[in-house]
Design a binder for this molecule. Structure first.
Ligand code: GDP
Length: 455
């Protein structure tokens, strides 16, 4: 690893009460001492770790600000290296000029995420923990922040390590059997292996499910409102957002583009797209909108399928029912304030959740809230449990689960034990990639490239 000393502004690039320049590396204190002079007259280089001094920040001998400098000594710092943090007044000009002085004194500009990357490389934090730093910074609510902090505390890595250890135990017995076939080593039996694989798989599945539930609370659910023209999609969108966002008319085919909005439905953030009504049409422009709507439906995680219950269902409705079959979807029986004419049994049989609603009066919104919470399983989201904080981590879990499935199938199919061993090894690799114990340099670089400078 490079031993250059790095520096960056660690506070936001905006005027504020305090602006902090963070310096990390072998020469951090020496460099800070060239720029920062304590009023006590002491030399910063003589300071122990966990000490602070009040003094002046100087650029080319000119005093540019008053500041406090914190000194941390390796390994007891964020990065595990010597670190100085100079906190001056948070003016944009002042912080930039102080950074310039630090760079002139010998520091190199830090890359995005480089401080946390050093913390990872110096063993201060694991890869999953590093990612939770970004999740914590980006958290938009209480539950999301609690989940990120929980991962930063190491709860996820501990749980993943437990999963890996179970499989490593099986592998150790398998390896002895594979490596020394002539020795009189007792065969590890299916009855011993299967419970370990099955429990690990169940634990991982629960972690992934919790992440999926959590995403509805942290990032929001990609949602699409579908339905043939005039069933009340735009009215529903307006009801959910609380203001006139979409054009509402009673001329079929007036919503031709996709309108997107973030709305809170109870605890859940829905990233909703209201689309052109899906129906067979000759109109070229409307047709483009319809195609867009169909693609949007395929991509969306949740579909709110709207039906007008005041008129009988037609083939366009049946089409929508068909297209929603493979999706998480809630059927909305709209215009419940009007006399019913649609055969609701057809809809109820096709959807796991059906909600009676009047988009124009708002009646039934609480039932919709309840149905969406149930289908997204947000009730199962527990920020205090081991939480994944990135798609990368989720992919590692999914990979581990699929290798465990292969191992289980191999055992049940009576395949030789070395095949089971290979599958188990792959599962372990995926889990250790998650915590970073076995992540390649490319994976590590990719993780930190998403960080901000100064973190
Ligand atoms: P879209 O084409 O599916 O977006 O449908 P709109 O939202 O434009 O609504 C079509 C017509 O149905 C408008 O005249 C709305 O006022 C009316 N409408 C929508 N929802 C309701 C409802 O719940 N009750 C009643 N009575 N009319 C509704």
């Amino acid at each position: 690893m490079s031993n250059r000393t790095i520096a960056a502004i660690a506070t936001p690039n905006a005027p504020g009460g305090i602006g902090t320049i963070r310096i990390s590396g072998e020469n951090a204190v020496e460099i800070a001492a060239k720029v920062f002079k304590p009023v006590s007259g002491k030399n910063l280089c003589d300071f122990k770790g966990y000490t602070a001094a009040f003094g002046g920040v100087y650029d080319n001998g000119e005093k540019i600000d008053e500041a406090v400098c914190l000194v941390f000594r390796a390994p007891k710092s964020y990065t595990g290296e010597d670190v100085c943090e100079i906190s001056c007044h948070g003016g944009l000009y002042i912080t930039k000029r102080a950074l310039r002085a630090v760079l002139d004194a010998g520091a190199a500009p830090a890359e995005a995420g480089e401080f946390t990357k050093r913390a990872f490389l110096n063993g201060k934090i694991d890869l999953a923990g590093s990612e939770s730093v970004m999740a914590l910074i980006g958290a938009s609510g209480k539950q999301a922040a609690a989940a990120a902090l929980n991962t930063l505390d190491g709860n996820l890595s501990k749980k993943i390590r437990e999963c890996a250890d179970g499989i490593i135990g099986v592998c150790a017995s398998l390896a002895a059997w594979v490596d020394y076939p002539d020795e009189d080593i007792e065969d590890i039996s299916a009855a011993q292996m299967l419970p370990v694989f099955e429990k690990t798989r169940a634990d991982l599945a629960q972690i992934v499910r919790r992440y999926d539930c959590g995403r509805a609370v942290t990032d929001g659910v990609d949602t699409v409102i579908v339905g043939k023209p005039n069933v009340g999609k735009s009215t529903l969108m307006n009801m959910l957002t609380g203001f006139e966002r979409s054009i509402v008319t009673d001329i079929a085919g007036t919503t031709r583009d996709v309108v997107e909005e973030r709305i809170m439905l109870g605890e859940i953030i829905l990233r909703v797209a209201d689309t052109a009504g899906i129906r067979e049409t000759e109109n070229v422009v409307e047709n483009m909108g319809v195609n867009l709507a169909k693609r949007r439906l395929e991509r969306a995680e949740l579909a709110l399928a709207v039906f007008d219950t005041s008129v009988p269902l037609n083939s366009d409705d049946l089409d929508i029912i068909e297209q929603c079959k493979a999706k998480k979807s809630v059927a909305i029986l709209n215009k419940a304030d009007l006399p019913a004419a649609a055969d609701r049994a057809v809809i109820e049989n096709a959807f796991p959740f059906t909600v009676e609603l009047s988009a124009s009066t708002g009646a039934g919104r609480d039932r919709l809230e309840q149905a969406v919470a149930e289908i997204m399983m947000t009730n199962e989201f527990d920020p205090a449990a081991a939480c994944l904080t990135s798609e990368r981590q989720r992919q590692c879990c999914i990979r581990a689960m699929s290798h465990i499935d292969e191992a289980i199938a191999a055992i049940q199919g009576g395949v030789t034990l070395d095949a089971v061993n290979v599958c188990a090894d792959c599962a372990i690799d995926a889990l250790l990639e998650l915590t970073g114990e076995k992540a390649t340099a490319a994976v590590v670089d990719e993780v930190f490239s998403r960080f901000c400078v100064g973190k």
